[in-house]
Design a protein around this ligand. Structure first.
Ligand SMILES: NC(=O)c1ccc[n+]([C@@H]2O[C@H](COP(=O)([O-])OP(=O)(O)OC[C@H]3O[C@@H](n4cnc5c(N)ncnc54)[C@H](OP(=O)(O)O)[C@@H]3O)[C@@H](O)[C@H]2O)c1
Length: 244
């Protein structure tokens, strides 16, 4: 038995996942990081040898659960699983390639990884399963249909798994993290209001995971925004120009 806590982060090559990994490194956790760009993961590993294990993993590939299992073995177990992998684009032209690639990563890949993590915790006496979804799942966004719909799927899926774990009396804690706009590669330099830095958001995420929050909208300004968004009736929402 080890007292050092262990976290696996999928999607740690850049952006939010990368910043969260850095915070857990500072806190002395054992970390397993994954993503497609192995060189980025190796860079992270070189900074703190012995504390991090890395593996190349593509959530859209069927072998991803096996690779996750290998990463968990290398780390020596998993207390917290964090899924930060995701893609998103504005797509007003409805390019089907963009829409479908988003579905592949954010729903098919998401389901593949989350079910694998759930299975691990079921077998190993529980744990914490955290995902980074988005406030974009709150409403259908005309500028990014696939992105907003896949984020709603993630919210609902975690809600369902939480109930399933209760039904099966499994000690799994679920944390659905919903950031507003964050200045990362995902936004592709498009202009967005109320942009937050990935460092700031990562600190809030580590806090939410530590407090075992079921749901965390980041940050408070977005929590207020979402509260009011939800109250807007459909006939008004469809006329609102929500775009950059
Ligand atoms: N930026 C925002 O405004 C914002 C707001 C709310 C929620 N989010 C969510 O936060 C999460 C992280 O995004 P980010 O903003 O940090 O953007 P990012 O810098 O583009 O990070 C995305 C991460 O996902 C990984 N990824 C993408 N496709 C993958 C695949 N097929 N297999 C494995 N890993 C994959 C990327 O790694 P590789 O490319 O190396 O595979 C990268 O590490 C996403 O789920 C996103 O939807 C972002």
């Amino acid at each position: 038995m080890t007292s050092t806590k262990r976290i696996i982060i999928i999607g740690a090559t850049s952006g939010i996942g990368n910043e969260v990994a850095r915070l857990y490194i500072k806190q002395g956790w054992r970390i397993g990081v994954a993503g497609r760009r192995l060189e980025r993961l190796e860079e992270l590993r070189a900074e703190t040898p012995g504390q991090i294990e890395a593996i190349q993993l593509d959530v859209t590939c069927p072998d991803a659960p096996e690779r996750l299992a290998e990463l968990i073995r290398k780390v020596g177990g998993m207390d917290v699983f964090l899924l930060s992998s995701g893609v998103g684009s504005q797509n007003r032209a409805l390019d089907p390639e963009i829409e479908l690639a988003t579905v592949q990563t954010n729903t098919v890949g998401f389901t593949r990884m989350v079910t694998a993590a759930y299975g691990y915790f079921k077998e190993h006496g529980g744990g914490q399963l955290a995902v980074i979804s988005s406030i974009a799942g709150t409403k259908g966004l005309g500028a990014a249909p696939s992105y907003s719909a896949t984020k709603r799927y993630q919210n609902t899926y975690i809600e369902a798994l939480d109930q399933l774990a209760q039904m099966e009396k499994l000690p799994i804690v679920f944390t659905d993290i919903r950031p507003g706009f964050v200045k990362t590669d995902l936004l592709k330099n498009d202009k967005y209001p109320m942009l937050m830095s990935p460092e700031y958001v990562a600190r809030k995420i580590v806090k939410a995971i530590g407090r075992k929050k079921r749901r965390a909208v980041i940050d408070w300004k977005y929590a207020i925004l979402v509260f009011f968004w939800k109250l807007i009736p459909g006939f008004i929402w469809r006329r609102l120009p929500i775009h950059n």
